[in-house]
Design a binder for this molecule. Sequence first.
Ligand code: F6R
Length: 608
Amino acid sequence: MCGIVGYIGDKDINSVLMASLWRLEYRGYDSSGVASVMDGDLDVRKMEGRLMNLQEILADKPLSGNIGIGHTRWATHGEPSDQNAHPQVGCKNKIAVVHNGIVENYYSLKEGLLKRNHFFKSNTDTEVIAHLIEENYENDLKESVLKTVSQLKGSYAIAVISTEEPDKIVVYKYGSPLIVGIGKKENLIASDIPALLDHTKDIIIMNDGELGIISKNKVEFFDHEGKKIAKEKKKIKWDAESLEKGDFPHYMLKEIHEQSDVIKRNIKLKIKKNEFDFGENFNFSPKELANLSHIIIQACGTSWHAGYIGKYLFETFARIHTEIDISSEFRYRNPVMDGEPMVMAITQSGETADTLAGLREAKAKFLKILSLVNVHNSTIARESDSTIYLDAGPEIGVASTKAFTSQIFQLYLLSLYLAKLKWTLDDSEIRKKIENIKKLPKKIDKILAKENEIKEIAKKFKDAKDFMFIGRGINYPTALEGALKLKEISYIHATGYPAGEMKHGPIALISEGSPVVAIATKSSVYDKMLSNIEELKSRKAKVIVVGTEGDKIIKELGSDAIYIPECEENLSPILVSIPLQLFAYYIAVLNGRDVDRPRNLAKSVTVE
Ligand code: F6R
């Protein structure tokens, strides 16, 4: 949510800042801006709307200098507008600030500043930071930033430049992510790794309460009291190529198509001679895991849907009681956590504020924390006792696709491992399941080859106003995910329901032509699903059935059928999700939506 970048070095400031902002556009895209210092003056360009608007202004009126900061915004305080775009500057036009996060006490701070004759040009919380730094400035930018952050409540990652000290960017992190990229005779800062990858793979991850002074030839770090601290450099594993769209029109489509490779890679990394290897960051002992009394999974959105599937897997295979909670509810409901539970955070970004808050809540109660995370070294990965990485590669499309199927993969594998430790499945059963996993990539390819068929079905339904997605058992959460995918990128209303629940209310919504997507693959609940579909058909609904290859009944029952290859019931959410992703994608594209940047959303939700 909001992306901040900064650069100091000899390259063209406009192209470096713009390229970095494009890489972070997924974090927010309602306005953007950049600022530089040159010959004692602050130069700012900012614009409402997509990054392209800013790029056009810069083409016309480029910045000069070799130090600059930039921002791409997801509005929290103040509507998207030129004035509310960052950077925000103080009254004297000497300080410019970009900010990711929220200043919770901004009303009272602003009141004080107004009384002291500061004048405000925006409705943002960020502008108070610029005024405070200006007010606190006594010939030392570092000290004035430290004094200012001691006055702030909330979460913030900020980057500050000043005409008074034009050779440095001062950054401070508290609650929102901030990474420093170390180059040769150049250094960078950014909210996330993709913005740095074109320049360097050497990074330093800042922790809460740390300040950095970024100069051309050195970077220095200090704690919140201003004492110098040493920080460790890390190497990024991703390469810049993996951030490109290639020949695909959208990141989302590219990422849907990557799913077979993601599963292949995970099989190679995590299954070794029928043993499980969850990587070097997974460090719970077999004994600890075998003694777990229960598991509490907390996550948001798509990751929550994966967690819901995890509940079925842990309970079915390992017979471990598992709770699933939405993070923003979990952290405020004071859950009972007696016994020896493990709290699990599932997150693509590793930065989701609600999931992080849930994790911290559990940590405060001294519970074991395992996280499933895609982004290496992200805050949630660092704060967990153990982490299993999704190894899905960078996910740029705002709608999560490959991270979701990888999350299900990890949960499936982990449930087998727990089953082994708890002796709830014998070795031959586990081996059989591993063989089933190994067949997944080919099956995924087979589904992807049906892309055009799915597009044709999407054409028939593109003008529908309301969709229902239904499933049972382990594919009930898959139905929830199908509905979320459709609504978030097409803006068409869609709701997921357990099929058996329809007659308890939602079936009242069904009338002639109502579109319903029903998941009726061959499974323990197949017959029940058929009955539910019959009930819908009698009310003249148009049912699109996702079923198993060779099943002629569903073809007769539904108005359209999408077939997936036969597979084990507990692995089927991975396969079923793919046609649902493609269906949502094509409905959105056919409606002219910006699928990679849906309105009002951002990929990394770093505010509560
Ligand atoms: C939906 C989507 C969101 C995220 C949610 C959690 O396609 O992407 O619902 O799943 O915001 O994000 P992470 O997984 O990064 O914690």
